[in-house]
Each structure stands twice: as C-alpha cells, then as structure tokens.
Design a protein around this ligand. Structure first.
Ligand SMILES: [Zn+2]
Length: 196
C-alpha cells in the first residue's frame, strides 16, 4: 500500500528544491507526478502561471487548490489515482485538517509526499502540519542551520529587520521576511526587541 509522507523543515531548508528533485526522480523512472499547492501561496508566478519555485533556481508548473476544495476529488478529477502516479504537495502547512485527511485517503491508492513548515512564526504548529504529524505514515525532518551554527527550528518573522510575534499566521511579501533560527537565538532576538 502507498503511504502519506510529511517532510518538514524551516524556512530556507530547501524543502521546495527537495520536492522538485523528488518529482524529477519519479518522472525519470516513468512515474506521473501531480504537483500541487494551496492557492494561499501565490508568490511564484511565471508568465501568469503558478509555479513551484526554489531559491536555487529549480521550478516547475503546478496546480493550485483552495481551502474549500476536497483534495481526494481534486486528485481523482485530474486522473492521478492509478498505479505509477504520485502526488507531491508543496507548502503543505497551508492544508486544512480535512484536506490532510483527504490526502490520507489518496495515499490508499498512490504515494503522497507533503513538504512544508512544521511551525509558524509564533512557534506553534500550523493546522495542516499538526494533522500531518498525527496521521502521516512517515515523518522526515529536512534540517537547516541557524546563524550561530546550531540546528534551526524556529521560523522567526522579521519586520524591517526586527523580530515580530504579532499578526496573522500568513503574511507574505511586504516588508516582512523570515529567518530560521535556533530557539536560543529566537529568545535572544525577543529580549532585544523588549529592551527597546
Ligand atoms: Zn542560533
């Protein structure tokens, strides 16, 4: 039986590059890959088409889905429930709890590989990531390094260069950016902001 995989990492841990390399690998071996992501993530467009794009330059066209869409029906409609089909989800933290459960159903037929963040900028689990940790058959951490050299596990939100712990969970673009840091560097950054 196929499996539901969750491969998680911080911002900048090359999750998207890993997802694209995985797609390439499957295709090289004659599998058909359905690459999808939530329409919440609209950052990467190329000639009006939504793409999955990694910072090291790899990219691929993808399909997007809304929060209301049933992903079992979505994958079925696209015709990807046959043997030698694979589903890859980028930015899986934006899945709803129900969508993760629908992907679990999909994984009864074909492998489903989800790539995404584990926690938000407040160090709390995203809804989709929480459900994935609960019901995925396989969990794998894609590791990355903090500015101090330790393992990074917090996605700090910086606004005009200063750490911020307020605001909505999803905030793309603008004057905000993210840096993956370890927990002690995160605490240090918080203290610096409180001092000022
Ligand atoms: Zn650190």
């Amino acid at each position: 039986m196929a499996k539901l995989y969750f491969k998680f990492g911080t911002m900048g841990s090359s999750k998207t590059a890993s997802a694209l390399m995985c797609k390439f690998n499957y295709e090289e071996r004659g599998f058909r890959v359905l690459l999808i992501k939530s329409c919440i993530d609209k950052r990467d467009e190329q000639n009006g088409e939504i793409v999955v794009k990694s910072r090291i330059g790899l990219w691929s066209k993808c399909y997007t889905f809304s929060c209301e869409q049933n992903l079992f029906e979505f994958v079925k409609d696209k015709g990807y429930l046959n043997s030698r089909d694979v589903v890859i989800v980028d930015e899986a933290q934006f899945l709803t709890k129900e969508q993760v459960e629908q992907l679990k159903e999909v994984s009864e037929f074909v492998p489903v590989l989800c790539y995404g963040l584990l926690t938000n900028f407040k160090t709390e689990l995203f809804e989709g990531s929480k459900r994935l940790v609960e019901i995925a058959d396989s969990l794998h951490e894609i590791k990355s390094v903090c500015r101090c050299g330790k393992k990074a596990n917090v996605n700090a939100r910086l606004i005009d260069g200063k750490i911020s712990v307020d605001g909505d969970e999803i905030l793309l673009g603008g004057n905000s950016s993210y840096e993956a840091v370890c927990f002690s560097c995160y605490e240090k950054l918080l203290k610096e902001v409180k001092k000022n």
